[in-house]
Design a protein around this ligand. Structure first.
Ligand SMILES: [Zn+2]
Length: 291
């Protein structure tokens, strides 16, 4: 087997083991082997590496019932929270929110601020992200450089693999290579995804989607979004942009959508569409509907 293949296999093994530890919260090596179908020897090697790099730690188990049977003290493994501090940045309709989380997913700080204006150009969004991260980290006595990475969720049609935004209601420009633009000004790894895909991921890791391989999350807010999980993975579609549910055509040549096209589902059921209809109804002359 070529060195590259061996390294790929090791990387897959590391990811599997880390995912198993994360989903179990606290778990013994033997149970990781069962959950991942890796051999106990492979699990021992991989967990040894993860311990060496400080990504996981050994803890005594919460329950010691099984210890007596085995005749030796059992040791559980868990994700080491202090290993990394990351920032999650949600850019919503009018508000930006930063959540600082440790490697275990424990919230360490929060900060939110209104948008300077409704839509931002490429310079404005990079400057805004920089200020948000500085203020969020300062609030907990840290600096932006103390972060290991930043995840950004925003509405729109986004190729997460490239960090490329085809269109977002938050941005003035279309087809923006947002990740390289951010990484040029803020020296941290950035991960950018559609906000509903991230909700689906959060449900998969921490919420109702735990131990569920196939599910869908639909959100109806200022826009309409859908995150699809198939066989445990976020569905990315051919262009890497997933479902684009809100921009499914339900009425050819229908109401104008924020994306610039006509007849999208979002243009009928999102908050802004309902407000538009309410305004139209309010300004329409009264009619007698009693018949
Ligand atoms: Zn649309």
């Amino acid at each position: 087997m070529k060195a590259r293949q061996i390294e790929d296999q090791r990387e897959t093994g590391r990811r599997l083991v880390l995912a198993a530890i994360r989903s179990h919260e606290r778990v013994a090596r033997i149970d990781i082997a069962r959950a991942t179908s890796l051999s106990p020897a492979t699990v021992t090697t991989i967990t040894g590496e993860l311990l060496y790099y400080g990504l996981i730690e050994e803890v005594s188990p919460t329950s010691s019932k099984s210890d007596a049977k085995r005749g030796r003290p059992r040791v559980d493994l868990k994700i080491r929270g202090q290993a990394h501090l990351v920032a999650g940045l949600k850019l919503a309709d009018k508000n930006a929110t930063v959540a600082l989380m440790d490697f275990e997913g424990t919230l360490r700080g929060e900060y939110s601020q209104k948008f300077p204006q409704k839509t931002l150009n490429q310079k404005e969004i990079v400057d805004f992200a920089k200020v948000l991260l500085e203020r969020a980290t300062a609030k907990v006595g840290l600096k932006t450089e103390d972060l290991s990475g930043v995840g950004i969720g925003l509405a729109g049609i986004i190729d997460a693999r490239r960090g490329f935004v085809h269109w977002s209601p938050t941005l003035k420009e279309r087809n923006l290579p947002l990740r390289p633009l951010l990484e040029e000004k803020i020296p941290l790894p950035f991960f950018i995804d559609n906000d509903v895909n991230l909700v689906a991921l959060a449900e998969q890791w921490f919420g109702l989607g735990r131990n569920v391989n196939n599910f869908i999350v639909v959100t109806i807010e200022q826009g309409v979004g859908m995150g699809i999980v198939i066989d445990g993975n976020i569905y990315r579609g051919a262009r890497g942009c997933g479902a684009e549910f809100g921009h499914t055509k339900v009425h050819l040549e229908g109401a104008l959508c924020r994306c610039g096209q006509r007849g999208c589902l979002e243009a009928y059921v999102a908050d802004y569409a309902l407000l538009r209809e309410a305004n139209l109804s309010a300004s329409a002359p009264c009619t007698d509907n009693a018949d």
